[in-house]
Structures are given as C-alpha cells and as structure tokens.
Design a protein. Structure first.
Length: 249
C-alpha cells in the first residue's frame, strides 16, 4: 500500500471510529508503529487530524459565528427539526439551548401547541414569542455575541430553578468517548445546568459534528438520552453511540 493510500485509509478509519491508536493501525495495515507515527505526524502537519498520546483524534472545526451558521445546511436542519417535534406534548416545560439547528426546531413548533419554553437564546425566544400558545422564559446573564445566547453563572443559577421535561441541547462537537465539547468556556455552566435539570436530553446533530472534539468538555455522552441525526451515518459509527445506551435516531 502506498503512503497516500495508507493515509487515506487512516483518515477514513478516524472518521468512523472517532479516534485511532498507533498499535492498532500498525497491526491492521501490517506496517511498523514508527511508520504509523510518521503518517500521523504528516497528517497533523497538514491539518487533517490532531495527534494525541498513542494515536490521533479528529481535528477541531473552525468556529463559525451564529449568523453564518443560521443560513447553512437549512434543509438538513429542517429535517432534524421535524423529527424532533415528535417528542413534544402539550403543557410540557421545554428547555431549548441556543443553536442554529434548535432555532429551526423552534420555528417548526406548531402554533396551536401549548408549551412553556425556557431558553438562553434571544433568537429562539423571539420565534417562540410569535406563537400564541407558548409561554417564554428567557434566562439572563452575559450575552455571548458569537452564539447570541446568555451565558455564565447568572444564567446557570436561574436555570437551576427549573426542571424541564425535555432539553434540546445545542451541539458543537460530540464523541462517544469524550462526550460533548465546545469552543467557548463561557457556555459550559449554562449547558451543564440545563442538562442536569432536565428529565430527558435530546440533541439534533449534523453528522459532521459526530466523532469530533473541541476544547472544553460539557458532559459525558451518557448524559444524553437521544441523538437525532440523518439516516446516512455509517453503522460502525452509530453503534459506538448506541453501545453507550443512547437512542440514536
């Protein structure tokens, strides 16, 4: 196998498995561990993965501001939103964390469905305020402009007073081993509190966010109840989430 073919194989393995281990790659590819280490170093220097002790994990994605994310992948977000509507029932208290996918979900909530929505997102609060049957509770705190959400200890303390039936959590990066991670430390406390307080935690996940890792951990994968993504996720990848006890839809 040529070097380029070997490195392509390694990247495909990383995409489906979420991480690669030097000793395992050497055995599967029948080359020395030194050869694999050189491949990983080369791929790291090309910006295609991140080397860690004993192997590699996916490279962190560049952060895109909220307004650019809002107009990206709209058809997929609509598809995920329509599937998530099945979890709603009248008179629920529903926490909706700020994200562009969750904004599409909020837009699609039926106008005649009576709910109370708890949110840290001004965009989601505005959309829900236009629906006559929805009572909106918006959390205070510092405004994180890159995500247009309220964050920090004030927001988290206010969220602690509620116990939502459902929480729709915004996801930046998620991994079966490393859990949910995010690029902004300011968001950690509010996300953790919403997850901790809610009876059921659901995430609408673009497949490109699966098996990725960012800088700051929010929670383990076991804190989620359900992940909703599209139907084209490889079986090997999906099984790693299902094996952690999640409903992977």
């Amino acid at each position: 196998m040529l070097k380029e073919e070997r490195q392509t194989w390694i990247l495909n393995k990383l995409h489906t498995s979420g991480k690669v281990v030097v000793s395992h790659l050497a055995g599967e590819l029948k080359v020395s561990e030194d050869t694999i280490r050189r491949d990983l170093l080369d791929l790291d220097q090309k910006g295609q993965l991140k080397r860690v002790f004993g192997g590699a994990i996916p490279l962190e994605k560049p952060v895109i501001n909220f307004f650019d994310r809002e107009t990206a992948d709209v058809a997929l977000k609509q598809q995920l939103a329509m599937r998530a509507l099945e979890f709603l029932e009248p008179d629920q208290l529903v926490a909706i964390d700020g994200s562009s996918t969750n904004l599409q979900f909020a837009k699609n909530i039926p106008d005649n469905l009576k709910l109370t929505v708890l949110t840290n997102s001004y965009s989601i609060a505005h959309v829900c305020s236009l629906k006559e049957q929805i009572r909106v509770i918006i959390l205070g705190g510092d405004l994180l402009k890159d995500s247009m959400t309220t964050v920090g200890e004030v927001a988290a303390a206010q969220a602690a007073a509620y116990h939502p039936d459902l929480c729709f959590m915004g996801v930046y990066a998620i991994h079966p081993e490393y859990g949910m991670t995010i690029p902004y430390p300011e968001e950690v406390s509010i996300k953790r509190q919403l997850i901790h307080s809610s009876s059921r935690v659901i995430a609408l996940v673009n497949p490109i966010k699966l098996n990725t890792v960012s800088r700051y951990q929010v929670c383990g994968i076991e804190d989620f109840t359900t992940l909703i993504t599209d139907g084209n996720v490889p079986q090997e990848m999906a099984s790693r989430y299902k094996n952690r006890g999640l409903d992977f839809l």
